[in-house]
Design a binder for this molecule. Structure first.
Ligand code: ADP
Length: 653
C-alpha cells in the first residue's frame, strides 16, 4: 500500500456551531457521552448480527470493550460491530445526524442567537458528537467486514476533521477520546461525575446507570493483584505480588423486555420487577407486549401486589421508565401512562425516539403521546381479558386499584364506555362484586334504569331510607362508597342503553308499578295536601319542596335532591375540598303510610298548631340527615327536641 493520503475536510456551518457549543458546554450530564457511544456500538453489533443471518462468516457474539488509559488520559470504546467504509464515515460521522442538527439550527433561529445555551444540545440527537463534551480530540478507527482498508477519522472539534485509509483490521470500530483535563479534575463543576473517565469505578457506575440492559457484554480489563501466600493461605510478608488482567463484564445484559414475551418466565419477571421497583413482593399481574408497524416499541408493565400508600397523594412519583433502543433515558415518565393507571410500574422501550431526547421534549412529543395511547388501550384490553378469565385475580386487582381506575371518568371521559366495562360494584344484593352488565342482567321486568346511591360508607348506605322502596320492589341498587363515584356516575350517565339514576334524586319513575299502587297514590295526594302546603310554608328557608313519596316503607321521611341537583355525597366532597357550595335546598319526602305522618296530617287540620308542626318538620329533616350520614346544622337542638319528645311521651304513657 502506498503512503496513506490524509484528507482534511470541514464541517458544515451549523455543525461547527454545534460542536463549539458542545466543547464549551457546561452540560450538566457529561457522562451521557458514554451512553451515546455504547449505544452506537450496540447498534453496530445489531447490524452485523443482522447481516450474519445471510452471511454466516459475519457471525459475531458481540462485545463492547472500554479501554481506559489513565496515564495517556484516553478512553477508547471498542466494538466488533458492522464498521464503516470511507464513504460511510464521511456521510455518518462527517455530518451530524441531519435531523438533529437541522432541528437544532431551527430552534436556535426561533429563540435568537443569544439563546444558544448548552442545555439546548441535550434536546437534539447529536449522538457521536457528544464525545466532545469530555474530549478535546477524538479518533475513530473503523473497518467494515470484507473491505480492503480501514478508515481513521480524527478531529479536534475545531471545525475540521481528517480522514485517511489505514490497513484493514477485524470488523468493528474503536473510538478514542482524548479526555479534556477538566473532564477529570473539576468535580464541583461536574455534579454527575464521580471522578475520572479513566477510572474503572466511574465507568462501572456510568454503565450501570445508563446501559445496564444493553444486550451485549460491556467489558473492562481489570487488574487483579494476588499477594504471595504460604501453605496456610496467609499473606507472606514482603512476598511477591502477582498481577493478572481479567476481563470483567460490567453490565447485567438483562434486557428482559426485548425477549419474546412467551419466553420470559414468571420467576424472571419477578426478579426483574423487584430490581426495577425495589419492591419486596412479586407483581400480581404482568403485561409484556411489542408493538410493530407504524409505531415501534416494547412495553413491560407490572401491577404491584399492593397499592403504594401515597397512591392518592398529589406528589406521588409516577410514570414508567423510558428506554430508547435499550438505552435508559429516564424514570418516572408520567407522559407514558394515564393518571388513572399510575399504579402500574414498568418501562417502555421505544425505537422511534431520538436517543438524546430530553424531559422537556418528552412532555410534548407526539411519539410519546402515541405510545401512551397504545399503552392505555392495551391495558384496558388486558384488564378486560383478566376480568373474563380470572375473576378472583381481577377482584383482587380491583380492590387494590379500582378507585384509581374510576378516576378515568374525570381524566379521560372519552374512554368512559371502555372503562365502564372494567367496573366492579357492590349492590344491595350483598357483599360480592358485580359488573354493570351483571346488574343489568338481573334487572326486574319493567325496570328501565340502573339505580345507584352514593355515600361515604357501605354500612350507612345499605340502611339508607331511600332504599326502602327498592327493597320492597326487589330492585337492585348499586351502592357507591368511593369519593370518585359521583364523578363516575355523572360522566357515565348510561351503560348499554340503561340510564344511571340516583335512588336519592328526583321522582322515581321507571320502577315497576302496579295499578293498585297508582290508585292509592291518588287518594293519598288529596288527603295530605293541606299538610304538605303548611310544611312547605313553615320550612321554606331550608327546603325546596315537601312532597309525598313512594320511596319509603319503614322510615317517616327522607331528603332527596332535585333531578339536576347535587347529591349529599357531592356536597360533602366539595366541602372537603374546600370549595364554596351554593346553598342547596333539598326536597323532604314524607311516607304517607307512616303513623307519624298520619298524626301530623291530623295536626295540620287543627288551628294554632303551626309551631308544633314546624318543630316536627325540622325534626324530620334532622333525622333524615342522620339516616343518610350527613351532618346536622344544629345537633344540640335536635338532641334537646328528642329528649323533650321522649319526656312528653313518657309522661302521657
Ligand atoms: P445516531 O446514532 O443518532 O444516528 P450518531 O451521531 O451517534 O447518530 O451516529 C451517526 C451514525 O454513525 C450512526 O447512525 C451510524 O451509522 C454511524 N456510527 C456511529 N458509531 C458507529 C459505530 N460504533 N459503528 C458503526 N457505525 C457507527
Amino acid at each position: 500500500m502506498t503512503q496513506p493520503t490524509i484528507e482534511t475536510r470541514s464541517f458544515q456551518a451549523h455543525t461547527k456551531k454545534l460542536l463549539d457549543l458542545m466543547i464549551h458546554s457546561i452540560y450538566s450530564q457529561k457522562d451521557v457521552f458514554l451512553r451515546e457511544l455504547i449505544s452506537n456500538a450496540s447498534d453496530a453489533i445489531d447490524k452485523v448480527r443482522f447481516e450474519a443471518l445471510t452471511n454466516p462468516d459475519l457471525a459475531t457474539d458481540g462485545k463492547i470493550k472500554l479501554v481506559p488509559d489513565k496515564a495517556g488520559r484516553t478512553l477508547t470504546v471498542v466494538d466488533n460491530g458492522v464498521g464503516m467504509t470511507y464513504e460511510e464515515v464521511i456521510e455518518h460521522i462527517g455530518t451530524i445526524a441531519k435531523s438533529g442538527s437541522e432541528a437544532y439550527a431551527e430552534k436556535l433561529k426561533e429563540l435568537g442567537k443569544d439563546a444558544a445555551t448548552p442545555d439546548l444540545i441535550g434536546q437534539f440527537g447529536v449522538g457521536f458528537y457528544s464525545a466532545f463534551i469530555v474530549s478535546d480530540e477524538v479518533t475513530l478507527e473503523t473497518c467494515k467486514a470484507g473491505e480492503a482498508n480501514g478508515v481513521r477519522w480524527h478531529s479536534r472539534g475545531d471545525g475540521e476533521y481528517t480522514i485517511a485509509r489505514i490497513p484493514p483490521h477485524a470488523h468493528g470500530t474503536r473510538v478514542t477520546l482524548h479526555l479534556r483535563a477538566e473532564a477529570a479534575a473539576d468535580e464541583d463543576a461536574l455534579p454527575d461525575l464521580d471522578g475520572d473517565f479513566t477510572d474503572p469505578w466511574t465507568l462501572r457506575k456510568v454503565v450501570k446507570k445508563y446501559s445496564d440492559f444493553i444486550a451485549y457484554p460491556i467489558v473492562l480489563d481489570v487488574e487483579k493483584h494476588e499477594v504471595e501466600r504460604d501453605a496456610e493461605g496467609k499473606a507472606v510478608p514482603n512476598g511477591k505480588t502477582e498481577t493478572t488482567v481479567i476481563e470483567e463484564t460490567i453490565n447485567s445484559q438483562k434486557a428482559l423486555w426485548t425477549r419474546a414475551p412467551a419466553e420470559v418466565t414468571t420467576e424472571e419477571h419477578n426478579e426483574f420487577y423487584k430490581h426495577l421497583t425495589h419492591d419486596w413482593s412479586s407483581p400480581q399481574q404482568t403485561l409484556h407486549f411489542r408493538v410493530e408497524g407504524t409505531q415501534e416499541f416494547i412495553a413491560l408493565l407490572y401491577v404491584p401486589e399492593k397499592a403504594p400508600m401515597d397512591l392518592y397523594a398529589r406528589e406521588q412519583k409516577r410514570g414508567l421508565q423510558l428506554y430508547i433502543k435499550r438505552v435508559f433515558i429516564a424514570s418516572d415518565v408520567k407522559e407514558l401512562i394515564p393518571e388513572y393507571f399510575r399504579f402500574m410500574r414498568g418501562l417502555v422501550d421505544s425505537s422511534d425516539l431520538p436517543l438524546n431526547v430530553s424531559r422537556e421534549v418528552v412532555q410534548q412529543d407526539a411519539v410519546v403521546a402515541r405510545i401512551k395511547k397504545t399503552v392505555t388501550t392495551k391495558l384496558i384490553n388486558f384488564f378486560k381479558d383478566l376480568l373474563a378469565k380470572d375473576r378472583t385475580a381481577y377482584e383482587k386487582f380491583w380492590e387494590e386499584y379500582g378507585q384509581a381506575v374510576k378516576e378515568a371518568f374525570h381524566y379521560d371521559p372519552a374512554m368512559k364506555d371502555k372503562i365502564a366495562d372494567l367496573l366492579l360494584v357492590k349492590t344491595t344484593r350483598g357483599e360480592s362484586w358485580s359488573t354493570l352488565a351483571e346488574v343489568i342482567e338481573r334487572m326486574k321486568e319493567g325496570q328501565e334504569s340502573l339505580y345507584y346511591l352514593t355515600g361515604e360508607k357501605f354500612d350507612v348506605l345499605r340502611e339508607a331510607p331511600q332504599l326502602e322502596v327498592f327493597a320492597r320492589k326487589e330492585v337492585e341498587v348499586i351502592l357507591l362508597g368511593d369519593a370518585v363515584d359521583e364523578i363516575f356516575v355523572g360522566t357515565l350517565e348510561k351503560y348499554r342503553d340503561k340510564e344511571l339514576k340516583s335512588a336519592a334524586r328526583g321522582e322515581l319513575d321507571g320502577l315497576p308499578e302496579s295499578a293498585e299502587d297508582k290508585v292509592k297514590q291518588q287518594e293519598q295526594a288529596g288527603k295530605y295536601e293541606k299538610l304538605l302546603v303548611k310544611l312547605k310554608e313553615l320550612l321554606v328557608d331550608d327546603l325546596a319542596d315537601v312532597r309525598l313519596t313512594t320511596r319509603l316503607t319503614d322510615s317517616a321521611a327522607c331528603l332527596v335532591a332535585d333531578e339536576g341537583g347535587m347529591s349529599a355525597q357531592m356536597e360533602r366532597m366539595l366541602a372537603q375540598m374546600g370549595q364554596a357550595i351554593p346553598a342547596q335546598k333539598r326536597i323532604l319526602e314524607l311516607n304517607p303510610d307512616h303513623a307519624v305522618i298520619d298524626a301530623m296530617c291530623q295536626l295540620a287540620d287543627k288551628p294554632g298548631t303551626e309551631d308544633q308542626l314546624k318543630d316536627f318538620g325540622e325534626m324530620l329533616v334532622d333525622q333524615a340527615l342522620i339516616a343518610e350520614g350527613s351532618p346536622l346544622k344544629h345537633p344540640a337542638r335536635f338532641a334537646k327536641r328528642v329528649t323533650e319528645t321522649m319526656a312528653r311521651a313518657a309522661t302521657s304513657a
